[in-house]
Design a protein around this ligand. Structure first.
Ligand code: ADP
Ligand code: MG
Length: 270
C-alpha cells in the first residue's frame, strides 16, 4: 500500500476516532500548522501529539476516579488546620498522602478521636490527595457499606460484592464504631477485613478505641481477630483533641478585636 500523497483531514479525523485518540483528533491540525511553519521534525510533531493524548487520558481517568470516590466535598489538606491536632505532623500526613509505601502492601491507617476532632476531614483529604496522584479510593460511611453488604449476602452475593471492592486501592470506612451489632449483622465487616488483609488498604475512622469494639462485632473472638488484622500493618493517629467546631465557636466568642461596646453582650451558652 502506498502512502497517500495528500492528507484527507476528514478521513484522518475518522481514523483517530476509531483509534480512540480524541485529543490527537482535536489538536493535530493546529500542531501540523505550527510544525509546518516552524519546520519541526516529524518525530517531534508525533511525539507532541502523543504526549497531549496521554496527559488528557490521565486527567480524564483521575476525574472518573474522583466521581467514584464519593468524597465529601471541600475537605482538603490545604484547608486542614494542623495546629489544631498537635499530635500529628503535616510531614507525617504528607507521607501518608503520597500513598506508595502503604497502599502497595495493603497496610491500613486508623484515625481515632472524639467527635468533631477532624477525623472525617483528614480521611477525606488524604483520600483526595491519593486520587489526585492516581490511586483508586472509595469513601463510605461504615453503616452504609454494612447495609449494602448485607443486601448482597441476602442475595448470596457477598463474596462478589467484596471482590468488587478490590478495585479500590483504599477503602475509607468512616465512623466504624457507629455500627453496632444489634443494629446490623456486622459479620459482613469481618469478612471484608479478612478479604482485604495484607492485600488492599483500609482507612478507618472511629471515635471509640478498640476496647469498645466489642459492641461492633457479634462476639469477642471476632472482635479480637478483626482488630488483630487491622493493626498488624497499620499507622494509628490518635486525634484526641477538642471538637474543632466548638473551638472555632469559642474562639469567635472571645476573639480579639471585638469592640468593647459588645463585651457585655451575652452569647448563648453551649
Ligand atoms: P470527626 O469526623 O472527627 O467527628 P470532622 O472531620 O467531621 O470531625 O470535623 C468537624 C468539622 O470541623 C468539619 O467541618 C471539619 O471540616 C472541621 N474540622 C475539624 N478539624 C479541623 C481542622 N484541624 N482543620 C480544619 N477544619 C477542621
Ligand atoms: Mg466524622
Amino acid at each position: 500500500m502506498s502512502a497517500p500523497s495528500t492528507i484527507d483531514a476528514g478521513r484522518l479525523g475518522i481514523m483517530l476516532n476509531e483509534l480512540r485518540l480524541p485529543s490527537m483528533k482535536a489538536m493535530w491540525a493546529d500542531f501540523a500548522a505550527r510544525a509546518d511553519k516552524e519546520g519541526w521534525p516529524a518525530a517531534r510533531f508525533l511525539g507532541t501529539l502523543a504526549e497531549h493524548e496521554l496527559a488528557e487520558r490521565d486527567r480524564r481517568r483521575i476525574e472518573r476516579h474522583l466521581v467514584e470516590a464519593r468524597l465529601p466535598p471541600g475537605k482538603t489538606l490545604d484547608s486542614f488546620d494542623f495546629d489544631a491536632v498537635p499530635m500529628i505532623s503535616k510531614a507525617q500526613v504528607s507521607a501518608v498522602a503520597a500513598g506508595d509505601a502503604w497502599l502497595k502492601t495493603g497496610a491500613n491507617l486508623l484515625l481515632f478521636g472524639p467527635p468533631g476532632g477532624g477525623k472525617s476531614h483528614l480521611a477525606a483529604a488524604i483520600g483526595l490527595a491519593l486520587v489526585e496522584s492516581g490511586w483508586k479510593v472509595l469513601f463510605t460511611r461504615t453503616t452504609d457499606l454494612v447495609q449494602k453488604l448485607q443486601v448482597a449476602r441476602r442475595d448470596l452475593g457477598l463474596e462478589a460484592a467484596i471482590n468488587k471492592l478490590d478495585r479500590f486501592d483504599l477503602l475509607i470506612l468512616d465512623d466504624f464504631a457507629y455500627v453496632t451489632k444489634d443494629q446490623a449483622e456486622t459479620s459482613v465487616l469481618f469478612e471484608l477485613i479478612g478479604a482485604r488483609y495484607e492485600r488492599r488498604s483500609m482507612l478507618i475512622t472511629a471515635n471509640q478505641p478498640f476496647g469498645e469494639w466489642n459492641k461492633v462485632f457479634p462476639d469477642p473472638t471476632m472482635t479480637l481477630a478483626a482488630v488483630d488484622r487491622l493493626v498488624h500493618h497499620a499507622t494509628i493517629f490518635e486525634m484526641n483533641v477538642e471538637s474543632y467546631r466548638r473551638r472555632v465557636a469559642l474562639e469567635r466568642k472571645r476573639g480579639p478585636g471585638r469592640p468593647p461596646t459588645r463585651a457585655t453582650i451575652k452569647t448563648s451558652a453551649d
